[in-house]
Design a protein around this ligand. Structure first.
Ligand code: UDP
Length: 378
């Protein structure tokens, strides 16, 4: 075996495939009993294709990423749209010019639209915290509506922090759009793997040079000799590269502290009716304890009678009985992560990759991009 990969999500899977095609023998060790990481999907007892760890929608502007993944799947042409339920009123999210007209009415909406275009330009993407800085009374009014009805309660539920307290990059993921585009993402390439993510992974990992061990915690197999800069795998010195994609704090027994994460609890519900909510995702931005409801059929395009939905309840991450879905990007937390990164830095063949190992808020395409970049360095 030339390279050892810890974790079988997109980070590990992409690196494995590229190295295997170069002729390297690769072993992936995965703690869970399935491949695909948090993108894993499966058919529930009613035959509906569901995402076990919450909705994952692929989108990218990176042609290399799109072309790479397209080798392992065809795409269902899904352009993701989200609506918000604001006291029973359904509005497009991100807040855009259609939302503006619904909320403020045509006449007032038109004058606000002109002001927004004059200030930010047509098709601009303006983060809510940016919009709030405007000194114009009209734009202030829009900002206040968006802040109070779209961001405040949802962000409190998701992060237990106000929008201005979370890292700015987080709320900037869902900017105010100065256009009539109702799509959640404006990326050139978007869609869902035609047969699901798990099938994509099966094809990507189907290579004679890739061996996968499921249900094994690498923590019990790998040890570090910090004094002599040596890494041991199953008691023997390991001289190949190790790509580590798990939670680094847990891997090292939280020796420098436990990194904070937000977790989620998911409630799946099945209904015998064919349609539950008329939309792929409804965000509950002013009410309910859950943040959003996803109706999977809309995302996957599956034609089946009956429908399965998922409600997402954010939770504090306490220990590894939960899934650490989101890094909490405060300066202190990033500094703690950096200490872990510094600790392993002397081991130049040990690489941290992915949402957990790098403590970052990556989308799928960001991870694939990083993974491809890493393979070019190895
Ligand atoms: N957000 C919000 N209201 C919404 C949608 C998003 O307040 O209706 C904020 C919230 O803080 C969220 C962040 O924007 O965590 C990023 O949203 P995104 O939909 O990208 O989150 P993800 O799908 O990654 O959970």
């Amino acid at each position: 075996m030339d390279t050892l990969i810890i974790g079988c999500g997109f980070a590990g899977g992409v690196v494995a495939r590229v190295l295997a095609e170069r002729g390297e023998k690769v072993k992936i060790i995965e703690k869970r009993n399935h491949i695909g990481g948090n993108c894993y999907d499966e058919y529930d007892e009613y035959g509906v294709l569901v995402h076990k760890y919450g909705p994952h929608i692929f989108h990218t502007n990176n042609k290399e990423v799109f072309d790479f993944l397209s080798r392992f799947t065809k795409w269902y042409d899904y352009q993701h749209e989200v609506v918000g339920d604001v006291y029973g009123k359904i509005i497009p999210i991100p807040f855009n010019l259609n939302t503006l007209m619904i909320v403020f009415g045509e006449e007032r909406g038109q004058s606000l639209k002109q002001e927004l275009i004059d200030t930010y330009g047509e098709n601009a993407r303006v983060p809510i915290l940016e919009l709030q800085k405007s000194s114009s009374k009209g734009i202030q009014e829009v900002a206040q509506y968006v802040y109070e009805n779209i961001f405040l309660k949802y962000t409190m539920k998701q992060w237990n922090q106000k929008p201005e307290e979370v890292d700015q990059s987080v709320t900037a993921r869902v900017p105010v759009l100065i256009s009539y585009d109702n799509r959640y993402f404006q990326d050139t390439y978007q869609g869902m793997p035609e047969e699901g993510y798990t099938k994509l992974f099966e094809k990507m990992l189907d290579h004679e040079n890739i061996e996968i061990e499921l249900g094994k915690d690498a923590k019990n197999l790998i040890s570090f000799d910090f004094d002599n800069r040596k890494i041991y795998y199953q008691g023997q010195e390991f001289l190949g590269h190790i790509i580590f994609t798990g939670a680094i704090d847990e891997f090292f027994d939280n020796c420098l502290g436990q990194l904070p994460y937000r977790s989620l609890r998911f409630d799946f519900e099945h209904y015998s009716q064919d349609d539950y909510q008329g939309h792929g995702v409804v965000n509950y931005t002013v009410s309910e304890d859950y943040t959003r409801i996803t109706e999977f059929k809309y995302l996957t395009g599956q034609k089946i009678s009956g429908t399965t939905i998922i409600k997402e309840y954010p939770e504090v991450y306490k220990d590894n009985r939960q899934v650490p879905y989101y890094a909490i990007l405060s300066p202190e937390n990033k500094a703690m992560h950096q200490k872990y990164a510094d600790m392993v830095k002397p081991f130049c063949r040990f690489h941290l990759l992915g949402r957990l190992a790098q403590y970052k808020y990556y989308n799928i395409d960001g991870i694939v991009e990083e993974a491809l970049a890493l393979t070019k360095q190895l």
